[in-house]
Design a protein around this ligand. Structure first.
Ligand SMILES: [Zn+2]
Length: 386
């Protein structure tokens, strides 16, 4: 790791600390019920009425059915006295999950809570600041696969062009309104980077698989969600119909093991000997992977390059990987995904020490009309995250 990474780490740590502070604030005991019923002028103890829940509505507008992690809206009477919701689950107490409520969780006759990951189907118990409690007559059904919630819940990283795409399943109960679509949204700025318009039919069900590409290019590295936009007036309220967020990486560092990116003039692009690529050092035998998806354009052996392979990218650029220990594991014309094994670091050809010499050629590619370009900045960036 170079010292240049340190500030990023420090920022991350600061963000984590801020998160921790926020979590502590949420978990802190509720303040006195300032927003509860006002004390009567006559004095004496005011006992707020027991909370009564009449409706449980999940963010996808379904009653009494929620996916874990969704926002649950409870409606009823005297909810402002509530200080905790207990998801009772089954008959025994072992699966109870208690969620403390902030003093402002209930407003305008509504109580908002997020269904915890460990919650199970069953009635809800609403507990007040005075310790009184009421249970709902109806069970809340807690499910995993709900329309609009993807089943790639454990996907935390999406490598653009990789083997595993993000999968998002949706269902529209009624004919979708105009503009209904599944959208890939960048969390940092809310920008929709890709849309999949939905057909206008009755019960529309479907699945969207996204490999992180927008046209010929990977989407910019960042945090994304896939969400269902119901179109029409409902669009703004469809907040619950989204996948968990995931980090998208635009490319993978090609050496999948310990390595050192060369920084001397002879190891870098250009220089006195007109070096057409960049050298990255690693032990011979360290696995080598395609940094993005593409089609193998050429494989071969050469007096200087040694064993090498050239992969054309969807955008017309190409990468050449050289000095491989053995003949490449892929063949000409083969489609490869980001992360696919190409071979192993070696020192074949004219190489002093085991290393990968990697070349980036602009569109239309390696000896197809493109020109070599310095890949150093990209390599350093990819190295920081993969
Ligand atoms: Zn080189």
């Amino acid at each position: 790791m170079s010292p240049a990474h340190t500030p990023t780490r420090a920022r991350r740590l600061a963000a984590l600390l801020a998160l921790a502070a926020a979590a502590v604030a949420v978990a802190a005991p509720a303040a006195p019920a300032q927003d509860g019923p006002a004390p009567e002028a006559t004095g004496g103890l005011v006992v707020p009425g027991k909370p009564v829940v009449s409706t449980a509505l999940c963010a996808n507008q379904r009653s009494w059915t929620c996916a874990r992690g969704q926002v649950l809206t409870l409606r009823g009477d005297d909810l402002s006295a509530a200080r905790a919701v207990i998801y009772l689950g089954g008959a025994d107490d072992g699966d109870d999950v208690r969620v403390p409520l902030g003093p402002r969780a209930a407003q305008a006759g509504e109580l908002l809570t997020i269904v915890p990951r460990r919650a199970r189907s069953g009635p809800l118990k609403i507990v007040t600041a005075l310790g009184t409690a009421t249970e709902t007559e109806q069970d809340l059904s807690v499910v995993d696969d709900i329309p609009g919630i993807d089943d790639a819940r454990r996907l935390t990283k999406l490598v653009a062009g990789g083997r595993r795409p993000a999968v998002f399943r949706y269902r529209l109960e009624d004919a979708p309104a105009t503009g209904a679509a599944v959208e890939a949204v960048r969390v940092s700025d809310g920008r929709v980077v890709r849309r999949w318009p939905l057909e206008r039919e009755g019960d529309a069900t479907g699945e969207v698989r996204w490999d992180g590409y927008v046209g010929d290019e990977p989407a910019r590295t960042g945090t994304y969600v896939l969400r269902l936009n119901r179109g029409g007036e409902a669009a703004a309220s469809a907040v619950g119909d989204a996948s968990p967020q995931f980090d998208l990486l635009e490319a993978l560092f090609p050496i999948r093991g310990r390595h050192t990116i060369g920084r001397t003039e002879t190891q870098r692009f250009g220089g006195a000997r007109d070096h057409q690529g960049h050298d990255v050092f690693a032990r011979c035998g360290t696995p080598l992977a395609a940094l993005s998806k593409g089609v193998v354009h050429f494989t071969g052996a050469h007096g200087r390059a040694g064993n090498y392979v050239v992969v054309n990218q969807p955008n017309g650029e190409s990468y050449a990987y050289m000095h491989l220990r053995d003949a490449p594991l892929v063949r000409k014309g083969q489609r490869v995904f980001a992360g696919q094994r190409l071979g192993y670091v070696g020192d074949t050809g004219r190489a002093f020490g085991c290393h990968l010499h990697i070349e980036l050629w602009t569109a239309p590619g390696w000896y197809q009309g493109g020109r070599p370009r310095d890949p150093f900045a990209d390599l350093v960036r990819w190295d920081a995250w993969s």
